[in-house]
Write a protein that binds this ligand. Structure first.
Ligand SMILES: Cc1cc2nc3c(=O)[nH]c(=O)nc-3n(C[C@H](O)[C@H](O)[C@H](O)COP(=O)(O)O)c2cc1C
Length: 223
């Protein structure tokens, strides 16, 4: 049974990134009626930041060079470590079980929201990092779709071109854990043109950008 793991990170209910990720999920469910759709709202239910207990366990794995997932699962020793590690493994198991990872992701201060970063810091544990020789790891081969919404524009020719630290960061971070084998970005830009008077002339561009992102989301979901 194919599984879609769908994360949303926007703090806004009327969010544009949620709109695109929802369109993807609806199209995916229609194409995979037997599939499982797991939705995790990282804004409504934030993941706890990585803490000293998790870092202790991760350091132990790194020191021992543990690449085995089952060994890693058992690596917590103290009550605090076990409690923190259990929280991380709830997320890691969800990720390991999915075939498609979908993320609704606003741009906050040129990068990802802290809600997403807290999730990634919890799941990116050593055994999930790809082997340096083969470039493969336990998450390799999954399809990853990132639906972003940005108040401004970052494409070639725009004044802010080069200031997008969201897509380049994610490409590197996802490559580390094998989630970049089939990685799609869907960007809806100029979302602020809907309410900032000085950006009103970009409204058409914003509508076009959202329409393209939604069309592409539906295409990828069906594929
Ligand atoms: C805390 C915060 C920081 C933001 N920083 C940026 C930014 O650096 N660049 C940008 O283009 N838009 C920025 N925006 C605007 C959002 O990217 C824009 O409103 C987008 O539509 C948010 O996604 P959502 O519609 O899914 O909530 C920021 C918004 C917030 C709330």
């Amino acid at each position: 049974m194919p599984t879609l793991l769908h994360l949303d990170c926007s703090a806004r209910p009327e969010s544009v990134s949620r709109q695109i990720s929802t369109e993807f999920a609806v199209a995916w469910r229609a194409a995979h009626p037997e599939g499982r759709h797991i939705h995790r709202d990282l804004a409504a239910t934030p993941v706890r930041h990585v803490d000293a207990a998790q870092i202790e366990v991760v350091t132990r794995l790194e020191t021992a060079g543990t690449a085995d997932l089952d060994e890693a699962r058992q690596a917590a020793r103290t009550a605090k470590e076990r409690e923190s590690w259990r929280h991380s493994w709830e997320l890691i198991d969800e990720l390991l079980a999915c075939d498609v990872l979908l993320i609704g992701l606003p741009m906050y201060n040129f990068s990802v929201p802290s809600t997403f970063k807290a999730w990634f810091d919890r799941v990116a544990i050593p055994p999930l990092i790809v082997d340096s020789q083969t470039g493969k790891g336990p998450l390799s081969g999954r399809r990853t779709v990132v639906a972003t919404a940005r108040g401004g524009s970052y494409g070639p020719g725009s004044p802010r071109h080069g200031d997008d630290f969201q897509e380049p960061y994610l490409r590197t971070a996802f490559r580390m854990v094998g989630l970049a084998d089939e990685l799609h970005f869907l960007h809806a830009e100029m979302t602020k043109s809907g309410f900032v008077p000085g950006l009103a002339s970009y409204r058409k561009a914003a509508v076009g950008s959202l329409r393209l992102a939604v069309e592409r989301a539906r295409e990828i979901a069906r594929g």
